[in-house]
Design a protein around this ligand. Structure first.
Ligand SMILES: [Zn+2]
Length: 244
């Protein structure tokens, strides 16, 4: 028959293991949420970049168009002066100015055309990114909801596990509880270890055959010779005989 102190300690160990798992699941939620947010921000960043590129292209084209207007006014002014010049030299000089202005107009018209084509591509990019963002936005919302649900469940599990732990603590006798707490403090909160395959599963030290035989009875509270944790043995489930 199992030692009642050992039985109570195993129950406490299991309650604390469950509590730690629930606390870990709860603690992971903010990081999970931040990771989703970072991916959402990256998607939004792509959309913002496409919009900024489209705006930049429109601005550049408007600037070129304004410059063309100014140059055209300049050319009209020069053409108006053509009737007023007195000498052939002055006339040639004016023609030269007009040619220069027209060359500048042409180069800006080419640039404006290129900018217009780029603008069409940017507009297509924006449309595509907007459609893509609308698509993924929904799946991000679903991911956030899943984390919220997981967090609520973990919080409830932590509360349940805390109650269970308190019950388990109350069921352990004073002496074994003090021993448990002393070992837990030294061993990262884990005071019990399963003995299996002739080893302590916590520190992996080999156990003597006689100790293993004693442990299989679970009649005493014994400690691992290496890590000092209280050892317990979980019997193999009975094997089902399927017959010949
Ligand atoms: Zn050990």
């Amino acid at each position: 028959m199992m030692n009642p102190d050992l039985q109570a300690l195993i129950a406490l160990h299991e309650a604390e293991t469950a509590l730690r798992a629930a606390e870990a699941a709860l603690a992971r939620c903010p990081a999970d949420r931040a990771a989703i947010q970072a991916r959402l921000d990256a998607e939004r960043g792509r959309l913002d970049a496409a919009r900024a590129a489209a705006e930049g292209s429109t601005k550049a084209r408007r600037k070129l168009e304004a410059e063309i207007q100014d140059l055209e006014a300049k050319r009209a002014k020069y053409k108006g002066q053509q009737g007023e010049v007195k000498t052939n030299k002055e006339y040639q000089a004016l023609l030269h100015e007009i040619e220069n202005v027209e060359r500048e107009i042409r180069s800006r018209e080419d640039a404006a055309l290129a900018e217009m084509e780029a603008g069409e591509n940017h507009a297509a990019d924006v449309k595509r990114e907007e459609a893509h963002f609308r698509e993924v936005e929904g799946s991000f919302a679903a991911e956030f909801s899943a984390v919220d649900a997981r967090e609520a469940k973990a919080r409830a599990e932590v509360e349940t596990a805390q109650v269970a732990r308190e019950g388990a603590v109350a069921a352990v006798a004073e002496g074994p509880l003090a021993q448990y707490q002393r070992i837990a403090k030294l061993r990262g909160g884990v005071a019990l270890a399963e003995a299996k395959d002739a080893s302590c599963l916590a520190c992996r030290v080999k156990l003597r055959p006689q100790q293993m035989l004693d442990l299989k009875k679970n009649e005493q509270v014994t400690q691992c010779p290496s890590c000092q944790r209280i050892l317990y043995f979980v019997p193999e489930p009975p094997t089902v005989d399927h017959g010949p």
